[in-house]
Design a binder for this molecule. Structure first.
Ligand SMILES: Cc1cc2nc3c(=O)[nH]c(=O)nc-3n(C[C@H](O)[C@H](O)[C@H](O)COP(=O)(O)OP(=O)(O)OC[C@H]3O[C@@H](n4cnc5c(N)ncnc54)[C@H](O)[C@@H]3O)c2cc1C
Length: 627
């Protein structure tokens, strides 16, 4: 629905949304030279962080690094606006090492807005898009609630948690977007009228409380790392060494749990007032207490929202319980006995799509030129949103330019895992990234995202020649150095024996080489350099790669072999317009699923639930016979 007027503007690309997905999509399209307009219901909510005040964490840090390697903005933006930084999981293997940074939320929005407002080819527009314009299965533009018409060759939908949004706590509900912002109430009907299948999802956030009402002496201080490692490969580490603020750790207890259990009938989640499906891996405190009744306590991370405010975020206690219950339950937590709530915890319901309607390029199968990214695609999280927004923006631009679109596959990045899981697997709840979702996590580390993806970023035109050359130089240095170390032989001499003993390492029985020594858990490139006659001064990030590649050589080789098998099936392309009823020998369920998902390759077909390995064999035979 829209008002009647004559304003008509023309753009190459329209992006609906200025959240984490919309920002990346708009920047990618504009930086690739396309005339782009980005819509938002409020320009004051650009890159808004309506929930947790941090970027990164396990697997999410990997996504941010991959966005950066492809030429996206999130990594650079958090390097400019973080107030605490920590490398997580250092006690575990490098596959799960993950950077996480606390952001100053207001600075994060301000800096991202500065970048957007100073990007050529990009216009920012505060207006609610209410209608998609489609002719013969092809997008032609959008209409706003005011009736203005914006022609476009491609449209990218990144509407997040705003479509028909409803905020709920206790028996209070408002049809608003997050933080009381205006919801977007008309686009869902336009999508449904185009035959787009919609879902109703839900997520929640904890209360924000006044720092002055917290007794930190009853909590464990969580400091940032002394030496900060930046997210962006192009950020000079020297520029991010600064004073940091702390987070704090406390726990719920039996009293907290009793209050929740005694009031569970007043929870909109349990009373049925909330219809939307919530994220399994980001549960509310009610869900934690009810579903994990055996757990005596749950962690509560007290995180600053920024340097500009006293507001503190109660991580781990998101809820939609009534206000009085919120006060009662929070005040049972050690350190929060006298807590003053600034903003209530609440849940938000919103409309999004069933992502199986998308190709791995994030273009709609049914509407040419229509792309989408972010929470609108059924994911949850800033990082997941930004990753999809970037890919959707790049592909919308490449489509308009008539160039081949990109697909990041599961062996190239977590972005590939994220998108493939969304468009190939059945998702009936908000999808959150986890390292366990990747079958190649040893090679998809956050430390080598540049080596894995910069070439693609350079090919599409988002990564500069200078940056790309820097990555290739790093790759050469790593390979040459490993070759050099492997060629330096060491014998079972007295000197070597003393060195090994000094480093609690077993003596050598026969000859070996420096690389072999580095493979030993107690040794490293830095330690073994003592034995290296031609020792070279190498950058830290190169040394990090040398240590990992040598120490995990066997595992990496095994995974690279699995990747080869995977790629063989990905390269067996399928016609997306094919009717699988024509393949005899396929089971009924497989025919239904294959015709529903229209996979682009045998590899993708093999990951659709309900398509068995036997069905894949039938398909392979059919392909061979009907070349
Ligand atoms: C209350 C709450 C709790 C959350 N809890 C969690 C959590 O626990 N864990 C987690 O991982 N993530 C959580 N999130 C999700 C996280 O905020 C999102 O994942 C992330 O912001 C999604 O980014 P996005 O770009 O897809 O959408 P958003 O950041 O929501 O941005 C959407 C943008 O689209 C614009 N827009 C929408 N419709 C229209 C229209 N029709 N016309 C014009 N502009 C429009 C809006 O103005 C906005 O700029 C929560 C979000 C909220 C609101």
């Amino acid at each position: 629905m829209s008002m009647n007027q004559n304003l008509c503007e023309e753009y190459d690309i329209v992006v609906v949304g200025a959240g984490h997905a919309g920002c990346e999509a708009s920047l990618a399209a504009a930086r690739l030279g396309l005339k782009t307009i980005m819509f938002t219901v409020s320009v004051d909510s650009i890159a808004l962080m309506p929930c947790n005040p941090n970027i990164g964490g396990t697997s999410k840090g990997h996504l941010v690094r991959e966005i950066d390697a492809l030429g996206g903005e999130m990594g650079k933006n958090i390097d400019k606006t973080f107030i605490q930084s920590k490398m997580l999981n250092l006690s575990k293997g490098p596959a799960v090492h993950s950077l996480r940074a606390q952001a100053d939320k207001r600075e994060y929005t301000t800096e991202m807005r500065k970048v957007l407002e100073n990007t050529e080819n990009l216009v920012i527009r505060q207006a609610e898009v209410s209608e998609l314009l489609v002719e013969e299965g092809k997008i032609t533009g959008v209409k706003t609630f005011s009736g203005a018409h914006y022609k476009a060759k491609a449209v990218v939908l990144c509407t997040g948690t705003y479509l028909k949004a409803r905020c709920i706590y206790g028996d209070v509900s408002n049809y608003t977007g997050p933080n009381g912002l205006q919801a977007a109430n008309y686009l869902t009907d336009s999508l449904k009228s185009l035959g787009i299948e919609m879902y109703r999802f839900k997520t929640g956030t904890p209360a924000r409380v006044d720092k002055r009402s917290i007794d930190f002496s009853k909590m464990e201080e969580q400091k940032g790392d002394e030496k900060v490692i930046p997210f962006s490969f192009s950020t000079d580490p020297a520029t991010v060494q600064k004073e940091q603020v702390s987070c704090w750790l406390t726990y719920t207890n039996n009293e907290t749990h009793e209050i929740i259990k005694n009031n569970i009938d007043r929870s909109p989640l349990y009373s049925g007032m909330i219809e939307g499906t919530g994220p399994r891996y980001c549960p509310s405190i009610e869900d934690k207490v009810m579903k994990f009744a055996d757990k005596e306590r749950h962690q509560v991370f007290i995180e600053p929202e920024g340097l500009y405010t006293n507001e503190m975020y109660l991580g781990g206690m998101s809820s939609s319980l009534p206000e009085d219950v919120q006060y009662a339950m929070y005040r049972t937590v050690p350190g929060l006995e006298n807590v003053q709530i600034v903003r209530n915890a609440y849940a938000i319901e919103y409309d999004c799509i069933n992502p199986r309607q998308l190709n791995p390029t994030l273009e709609f199968k049914a509407i040419s030129g229509l792309f989408s990214g972010g929470q609108f695609n059924g994911s949850s999280g800033y990082e997941e949103a930004a990753a999809q927004g970037l890919i959707a923006g790049i592909n919308a631009a490449l489509k308009v330019k008539g160039e081949e679109q990109i697909i990041i596959d599961r062996s190239q990045g977590y972005i590939g895992v994220l998108i493939d899981d969304l468009v190939t697997k059945e998702n009936h709840e908000p999808y959150r990234m986890m390292t366990s979702r990747s079958e190649y996590r040893l090679i998809l580390r956050q430390d080598n995202a540049d080596l894995r993806l910069s070439e693609i970023g350079h090919k599409v035109g988002l990564v500069s020649d200078e940056t790309y050359e820097k990555v290739e130089r790093k790759r050469r240095l790593i390979d040459e150095e490993i070759e050099r170390l492997t060629a330096i032989t060491v014998g079972a001499s007295k000197e070597i024996a003393e060195f090994l003993e000094k480093n609690n390492s077993t003596s050598l029985k026969t000859g070996s080489n420096l690389a072999e020594l580095i493979r030993r858990p107690e040794l490293s490139y830095e330690i073994v350099s003592e034995l290296d006659p031609d020792r070279r001064e190498l950058p830290e990030d190169v040394i990090e790669q040398i240590n990992i590649n040598i120490k995990y050589d066997g595992y990496i080789k095994r995974q690279l072999h699995q990747v080869e098998q995977f790629r063989k099936l990905e390269e067996k392309k399928l016609d997306v317009d094919f009717d699988y009823n024509n393949v005899s020998g396929l089971r009924r369920e497989a025919i239904q699923k294959l015709n529903m998902y229209k996979p682009m390759s045998i590899g993708q077909a093999s990951r659709i639930s309900g398509v068995s390995p036997a069905d894949i064999s039938v398909l392979l035979v059919y392909l061979k016979q009907n070349k």
